[in-house]
Design a protein around this ligand. Structure first.
Ligand code: HDE
Length: 685
């Protein structure tokens, strides 16, 4: 029997939910109409049906239905932060850019770091290039430095970008893999595009699995120009250097982090800023003139090439500090619109054909992503200096221009905006000539020398990881011809590398014979390209996981935590149960995290402290066993106190970089190993 349709009133507020009812701030519709009931739609009787008349329900649902905007076709997953940039000194001798002229001037910035291939909801630690985009809100307009964490790119000409991206994204028929390059279409394309091989060496290196967005280098990639007041120009390469130094995870760690905490990088950035540990990056320039550029045997307009720092040193020009999290992810991180075409007087483009294509692409993409030509009026995109012109109207116009002078020249408003040859952006007077052709310059033809340069410049560990990554990725390629073609290219880059990967794939002797357009030459190695051993050892900004089990020594814990804090690192206290854990005296202590939710992959170094009962319990707990075994496998500094049974079971006792804690000496040894990031001596062949 149908229930009686009552007209009786709304349910009582939820128990414990009274507080939100106490606010004196009115809940209203988008037009300011106060709302009396935010729990129930308007119905004919308590059990419905719902009335179409309910414009309040319709407004709420309609707005919700339209909450998403198209995600970026590349770099969809990203995390952003506000901050500022301050130059160390005046760079006026090379650029008239105001934000680089005076060390007293603080320029607000918004930075966004991203992965490239995955969708907005993908994980943070796929093997991928990371975007490193910074918007400087200068007094001469916004300057967007839209870079990556790798200094070169896959392709030389913008014409190939859609092909590259199609090949790496989910395959067209099956819709997978998400955020991963280990599949046939990507390697098919790469194997047919030798210009991509230099970048491939970087993408297969540990640079593509960074420990933290705060611990990556950044690069402008394309060559730009600096222009001074006298219109003198130089080429410039932009670099970012993390003050915390660089760090990466191992591939097995990356895979496990992706499961344990898909937001690992986003959380790390947000928490660091929220706790006052502001990420800092130094901005460096490589400056060179046309004559120097002309003398190189590669072309500075070719984005698949870098200029070794040993040839043109970095000049550090200032520092960026990221000191404020976004208030709203969508309004800021999602709606921020970067365009390499956003330059300021003093900075100009080069003729790099990749950059030239980018100058078109980003504006075009914002038009579709943000829905129209007024996206610059969104708070995150709006310049922080005055702006005025005769552009009017359009979709979602948010400004209300006054007056009749919407054209120029005009005599109606002599005080209206006018061009200014002295202050305005003047394109650098670079002589140009040429025949209209679709052609790749001969100076772009050497695709292997710098790939070899990179491989031979990095540390042996990095070389080993590159070979392993290639073996993993190509191992996921189904079509044997693609693997054979890739092996052919690897042999040209470096015979030993080709041999190791072929061996790893079980395909020794099967490489396709490939003849390079230009045979590679051996270049002087560039140690500056290394990821490891380049920065001073530090634990600053890192996170140490301290696993406490029943019966632990509280004085030892305190000494350990104090030593970690002294290094400006964080100690996360983990216990088998999040509610807390008892020390040797039976006193209960609070924990930050539960063991089941805190695998050791989330930490840079780990410690395990327990008494006999705790040791026994941990030894029987697969999460604890996995915690320690993984920490050892992932080359982490490990400290142990009171856990002989666990150490025996996990076979970590006596392993290099494992410190048995008794007192301060052992704590110091643990910290020393931890500061080095990884205990490389432990790495198996
Ligand atoms: Fe991008 N790129 N790109 N790219 N790129 C985009 O613009 C494009 C390239 C980079 O956090 C898109 O707003 C073309 C190099 C970053 O919002 C799009 C070519 C470098 C970001 C686009 C390149 C980058 C993008 C997609 C080859 C390193 C994210 C969404 C000609 C210097 C910015 C968007 C953010 C985003 C086009 C190559 C870096 C489609 C056509 C080289 C960091 O416009």
């Amino acid at each position: 029997m149908p229930k009686k349709n009552t007209t009786q009133s709304r349910p009582a507020p939820l128990k414990g939910g009274e507080t939100h009812q106490q606010s004196t701030t009115l809940l209203t519709t988008n037009l300011g109409l106060p709302i009396s009931d935010n729990q129930n739609s308007l119905k004919a009787g308590g059990r419905g049906p719902t009335l179409l008349e309910d414009f309040i329900l319709r407004e709420k649902i309609t707005h919700f239905d339209h909450e998403r905007i198209p995600e970026r076709i590349v770099h969809a997953r990203g995390s952003g932060a506000h901050g500022y940039f301050k130059p160390y000194k005046s760079m006026a001798h090379v650029t008239k850019a105001g934000f680089l002229a005076d060390p007293k001037v603080k320029t607000p910035v918004f930075a966004r770091f991203s992965t490239v291939a995955g969708g907005a909801g993908s994980v943070d630690l796929p093997r991928d290039v990371r975007g490193f985009a910074v918007k400087f809100y200068t007094q001469q307009g916004n300057f967007d430095l839209v870079g990556n964490n790798i200094p070169v790119f896959f392709i030389q000409d913008a014409m190939k970008f859609p092909d590259l991206v199609h090949s790496v994204k989910m395959e067209a028929d099956r819709g997978y893999p998400q955020a991963g390059s280990a599949h046939d279409t990507f390697w098919d394309f790469i194997s047919l595009m030798p210009e991509s091989l230099h970048m491939i060496m970087w993408a297969m290196s540990d640079r593509a699995i960074p420990r933290s967005l705060r611990m990556m280098e950044g690069f402008g990639v394309n060559t730009f120009r600096l222009v001074n007041e006298a219109d003198e120009t130089n080429f410039v390469k932009f670099h970012w250097r993390p003050v915390l130094g660089t760090a990466a995870v191992l591939w097995d760690e990356a895979c496990k982090i992706s499961g344990a905490d898909p937001d690992f990088h986003r959380r790390d950035l947000f928490e660091a800023i929220a706790s006052g540990n502001f990420p800092e990056f130094e901005l460096g320039f490589q400056i060179l003139d046309q004559k120097t550029a002309d003398a190189y045997d590669f072309d500075v307009l070719d984005a698949t090439k870098l200029i070794p720092e040993e040839i043109v040193p970095l000049e550090m020009v200032g520092k960026m500090v990221l000191d404020r999290n976004p208030d709203n992810f969508f309004a800021e991180t999602e709606q921020v619109a970067f365009c390499p075409s956003h330059i300021v007087p003093g900075i100009d483009f080069s003729e790099d054909p990749l950059l030239q294509g980018r100058l078109f692409s980003y504006l075009d993409t914002q038009l579709s992503r943000l829905g129209g030509p007024n996206f610059h009026e969104l708070p995150i995109n709006r310049p922080k200096c005055p702006f005025a012109n005769m552009q009017r109207d359009g979709h979602m116009q948010m400004l209300v221009p006054k007056g009749r002078d919407n054209y120029e020249p005009n005599s109606i408003n002599p005080d209206g905006p006018r061009e200014n040859p002295a202050q305005g952006l003047r394109t650098a007077p670079i002589p140009m000539e040429g025949t209209k052709v679709r052609l790749r310059a001969a100076s772009f033809a050497d695709h292997y020398s710098q790939a070899r340069l990179f491989l031979r410049s990095v540390t042996p560990q990095e070389q080993k990881h590159i070979a392993k990554a290639l073996t993993f990725e190509l191992g996921k390629v189904d079509i044997p011809e693609i693997r054979k073609r890739m092996l052919g290219h690897l042999n040209i880059i470096d015979k030993a590398l080709g041999g190791t990967v072929a061996e790893g794939l079980g395909m020794t002797g099967e490489a396709e014979k490939i003849t390079p357009a230009v045979p590679p030459v051996d270049l002087e190695p560039s140690p500056a390209l290394r990821l490891y051993g380049k920065y001073k050892p530090t634990l600053r900004g890192r996170k140490v996981g301290v696993l406490l089990a029943p019966g632990f020594d509280v004085a030892l814990r305190d000494a350990l935590v104090a030593a970690i804090k002294k290094e400006n690192a964080t100690a996360a206290l983990i216990a088998p149960k999040v509610g807390g854990v008892e020390d040797a005296a039976g006193k209960k202590h609070a924990a930050d995290m539960a063991l089941a939710a805190s695998p050791s992959v989330l930490f840079d170094a780990v410690a395990v402290l327990a008494g006999p009962a705790g040791d026994d319990a941990l030894t029987k707990n697969p999460d604890a066993v996995g915690f320690l075994m993984d920490a050892c496998r992932h080359l982490k500094s490990i400290a142990l106190a009171g856990v002989p049974a666990l150490a025996k079971k996990t076979e970590v006792a006596g392993v290099v970089g494992v410190s048995e804690l008794n007192g301060s000496k052992e704590i110091a040894a643990f910290i020393k190993f931890a500061k080095n990031g990884k205990v490389w001596e432990r790495e198996a062949e």
